[in-house]
Design a protein around this ligand. Structure first.
Ligand SMILES: NC(=O)c1ccc[n+]([C@@H]2O[C@H](COP(=O)([O-])OP(=O)(O)OC[C@H]3O[C@@H](n4cnc5c(N)ncnc54)[C@H](OP(=O)(O)O)[C@@H]3O)[C@@H](O)[C@H]2O)c1
Length: 307
């Protein structure tokens, strides 16, 4: 009796992702890799999307070799693609549709940070114009917003039919998880302190936009029973936050001994355990919808923000 009442509530049952099929854009590095490797560790089949097939294949090989020791682990596959483009969203959904019957979860995670200003040298209008206007290009805004906000729009709709197929399938695994789209937003969608955003206004604009898209798309998709949620990270070590620190074999980034970020983070830096456990929670949970979860070690408790 006790077993029957409690067994379905054990972590090993709730987070057993065997049968789950996931797509993680930018899943070969940084935060995306923290998510994709955690999903594989718990049994999912994961497609990582990025700009270079060779990089994706190398990282996938590393995790698949580790996973091959244990039949409960999943597998990672790389598919090259440029997530900014509508045509690529269609192609990626078609490509994955040829390999899989359905999709459980799409992580719109890939992102870029460009168009940073240098702090003004003095409190004059001329100095602010030189730092915030002259240094930042139209192309910076276009690229950041196309990657961080518009690409997820194309991908979310291009993958809807595969997410709907998960919901309609009779396969046992499909009864355990609900189809979902999960955006990687940022604390920078809410911050009022551009220092927390690498001093990039294009980046802050793009992250506010994806936050609004998360809740409005969740509303839009209610009739389909496909949930939409978001993850709003604070500082995590990645190619974006610590360029040049990527391990060529594992894809993971690490700060050199003693190095720190020029930004006050109350907690120790976020790890793959932190990001992975949040991803697991969102995939396994059925009731959270339209929500963006802040995971920043308390950074926005220190810096002005509203959310
Ligand atoms: N790290 C942080 O502190 C932090 C904080 C808040 C939010 N975030 C968000 O977390 C997400 C992941 O960033 P990250 O920090 O993990 O940085 P990252 O390591 O640079 O990861 C970004 C990933 O997106 C990929 N990508 C960029 N443009 C692409 C495109 N057009 N098509 C396909 N893939 C593309 C990159 O591929 P390549 O590397 O091959 O170019 C890379 O794999 C982003 O949305 C970022 O805004 C990060």
């Amino acid at each position: 009796m006790t077993d029957a009442v409690l067994n379905h509530l054990t972590a090993s049952n709730i987070f057993d992702l065997r049968g789950v099929v996931a797509v993680v854009t930018g899943g070969g590095s940084g935060i995306g890799l923290m998510i994709s490797s955690t999903l594989v560790a718990n049994g999912a089949t994961v497609y990582i999307v990025g700009p270079k097939q060779a990089d994706l294949d190398r990282f996938a090989h590393t995790y698949n070799e580790a996973a091959s020791q244990d039949p409960r682990k999943g597998r990672m596959h790389g598919i090259e693609g440029d997530i900014r483009l509508k045509s690529e969203a269609t192609r990626l959904a078609e490509e994955i549709g040829k390999r899989e019957k359905y999709l459980t979860v799409l992580f719109n995670n890939a992102g870029v940070l460009q168009g940073s200003y240098e702090p003004p040298t003095e409190a004059t209008a001329a100095s602010y114009v030189a730092s915030h206007f002259d240094r930042v290009t139209q192309e910076n805004f276009n690229n950041v917003i196309n990657t961080n906000s518009i690409g997820p729009y194309w991908l979310s709709f291009a993958f809807l039919p595969l997410l709907e197929k998960w919901k309609k399938s009779e396969d046992p695994a499909t009864k355990k998880f609900l189809p979902q789209i999960i955006m990687t937003s940022s604390m920078n969608g809410w911050t009022k302190d551009s220092n927390t955003a690498g001093r990039s206004y294009p980046y802050m604009f793009s992250k506010s936009a994806i936050g609004h898209f998360t809740s409005s798309l969740a509303h839009e998709l209610l009739p389909l029973g496909i949930r939409v949620n978001g993850i709003a990270p604070g500082l995590f070590v990645s190619q974006m936050s610590a360029p040049g620190m990527v391990d060529p074999v594992t894809g993971a980034s690490h700060l050199p001994q003693g190095a720190t970020f020029p930004l006050e983070v109350p907690a120790v830096l976020g790890s793959n355990r932190d990001m992975g456990s949040l991803a697991l929670f969102l995939v396994a949970n059925w009731f959270v919808n339209g929500e963006t979860v802040l995971i920043d070690g308390g950074t926005l408790l220190k810096h002005p923000s509203s959310y």
